[in-house]
Design a protein around this ligand. Structure first.
Ligand code: FE
Ligand code: FE
Ligand code: ZN
Length: 276
């Protein structure tokens, strides 16, 4: 099954996002759990979440991806910032159980100078304090572009987090095509080798979702500037190979390209036409 969708604004509520996704030709979507640049959240509406769950079932949706706010940085050197991350993560994890069996993606964080090992230690404190054995959500570590002191631009760093997590049976990875290209991995002619490396270091069984983005910059740029599908460094020929790669079969693909909903609908239609 080809699960393709895009990032949607969550301001109109859960069921409304599901309906918008269908209007755009999607059968999955991604949304921010709260204000991406702050942390505020609307009062949780359980009836609306239940309505989305029913709607997704009726319409054959794949898994959806909730994205943590960008301000969540569990790897920070600042205690206040780590406490905020802990609070947001705990709250989001609880909310996600009302959308059972879906995906919650976060950026591992930036260590801001104190070093990767210290940063990863703090990330693990947050995960081990708040994840639970009986949770139905899979928590995803996103592959990062390696901008500044971002953790997670090397597969080895994600593997260290997975190995240190007491609840690793509920941990997975979200692969962002723009980010790993910016991080130095080849997603064009070397896609097979990159995925072999992913399999060797992390294990392809951990791969749960794809952020499908073109990149404004060349491989290894460590910039993290997404581009519309086919208009960037990766290009349509290689995007076509990515969506048809057997390692990605049945995973949800989420577009995070610079688009409004109309642009997303066009990209979704284009990608459906390229899917074999
Ligand atoms: Fe992200
Ligand atoms: Fe992403
Ligand atoms: Zn990005």
């Amino acid at each position: 099954m080809f699960y393709i969708g895009c990032h949607l604004s969550s301001s109109s509520g859960y069921l409304s996002m599901g309906k918008t996704a269908v209007e755009l030709g999607a059968n999955t979507f991604q949304f921010f759990t709260r204000n991406p640049r702050g942390g505020s959240v609307k009062k949780f509406d359980g009836a609306d979440a239940a309505a989305l769950v029913a709607y997704m079932k009726e319409n054959g949706f794949g898994k959806i991806v909730a994205h943590a706010p960008y301000t969540l940085n569990p790897a920070s050197a600042e205690e206040k910032t780590r406490e905020f991350a802990d609070m947001v993560f705990a709250d989001d994890i609880e909310i996600m159980e009302h959308l059972p069996g879906n995906l919650y993606n976060f950026h591992p964080g930036s260590h801001v100078g104190q070093g990767v090992d210290t940063g990863i230690g703090y990330i693990l404190e947050m995960l081990n304090r708040n994840m639970r054995r009986d949770m139905t959500t899979t928590v995803l570590l996103e592959t990062m572009a390696g901008k500044g002191s971002e953790i997670g631009s090397r597969f080895e760093e994600l593997k260290t987090i997975i190995d240190g997590c007491e609840y690793s049976e509920h941990l997975g990875v979200c692969l962002d095509t723009c980010h790993i290209s910016d991080g130095g991995y080849d997603v064009k002619d070397g896609l097979d080798e990159t995925l072999e490396e992913f399999d060797r270091v992390i294990g392809l069984n951990r791969l749960c979702a794809i952020h499908l983005n073109d990149s404004k910059n060349e491989r290894g740029a460590h910039k993290d500037r997404h581009e519309k599908i086919g208009e960037g460094f990766i290009g349509l020929e290689y995007i076509e190979k990515i969506i048809n790669h057997p390692a990605f079969a049945n995973l949800p693909f989420e577009l995070e390209t610079p688009n409004d909903n109309e642009g997303y609908a066009r990209e979704i239609a284009l990608l459906k036409g390229l899917k074999k």
